[in-house]
Design a protein around this ligand. Structure first.
Ligand SMILES: Cc1cc2nc3c(=O)[nH]c(=O)nc-3n(C[C@H](O)[C@H](O)[C@H](O)COP(=O)(O)O)c2cc1C
Length: 225
């Protein structure tokens, strides 16, 4: 089965179309009128927009969009996100003061979301540098403006070729836990394996883990709403 059919089979194609998985553009198209549903933001930290990380995110999002939740995916591919400058000028301002990349917009979307999904490929046995930069800057902004992520749900998703996936997932989970968030898990660690684009869709256990992660996030949402 080719990659496109595999995604179709998973029901993820509909979700991808719905969420406008083309970066920041198109994200606003997903806002629904139904105020009973929750906002799910997924960040794709891969340098490949159409890679394994995006595919696994879409599997999780499809479970949530099927239930009517508002889902949005932001792809970092093609973007540079600068590191924290450690100026602490964000104190009291509820966002970073620097506008020379997409961070401020990403941070705003994170604070608006009920659920934050951070997806990363494994790069050098950890998260990608764009995800690390977001974690660094979001940590400082929320530390100097306490409570901005309090009681949100967080879920990390990691793909890798062979090794370092757990370390990357730990990096993401530590961010969530340090920000008073509830971390969603699945039947196994939220990890899938693949090297080339599309390969993670062949990881049956990884895909099943992502599907169940989506269901568990939905369950948590129904209890916290
Ligand atoms: C710069 C770079 C570093 C990588 N380092 C690792 C690694 O340490 N461990 C690993 O298992 N895979 C590593 N990989 C492989 C990717 O994690 C793997 O190809 C993954 O599927 C990429 O996800 P994507 O398709 O969303 O880009 C690396 C890939 C790149 C480009």
């Amino acid at each position: 089965m080719n990659r496109r059919n595999a995604i179709k089979r998973l029901g993820a194609l509909a979700a991808a179309a719905a969420i406008g998985s083309t970066g920041l553009v198109g994200a606003s198209g997903m806002i629904t009128e139904n105020k009973g549903f929750m906002k799910i933001l997924a960040i794709n930290g891969s340098s490949r927009k159409h890679g394994n990380t995006g595919d696994m995110i879409d599997v999780v999002l499809s479970e949530l969009s099927e239930l009517g939740h508002t889902v949005e995916r932001i792809d970092f591919a093609g973007h540079t996100i600068n590191p924290c400058k450690a100026c602490f000028a964000c104190a009291g301002k509820r966002n970073c003061v620097f506008s020379d990349d997409i961070f401020r917009e990403v941070y705003e979307r994170m604070t608006e979301a009920d659920v934050i999904i951070i997806g990363s490929p494994t790069y050098s046995a950890d998260v990608s540098s764009t995800i690390k930069a977001v974690i660094e800057r979001a940590s400082v902004v929320s530390d100097t403006n306490p409570g901005m992520f309090r009681h949100k749900i967080g879920a990390g998703i990691v793909v890798g070729r062979r090794a370092g996936t757990m370390n990357a997932l730990d990096t993401i989970n530590r961010f969530f836990l340090n920000k008073e968030m509830f971390v969603a898990g699945s039947t196994y660690w939220n990890i899938a394996y693949g090297r080339l684009p599309g390969e993670a869709l062949n990881d049956a256990e990884g895909v099943a883990t992502m599907r169940n992660l989506g269901k568990n996030i939905a369950w948590l949402l129904s209890r916290l709403a």
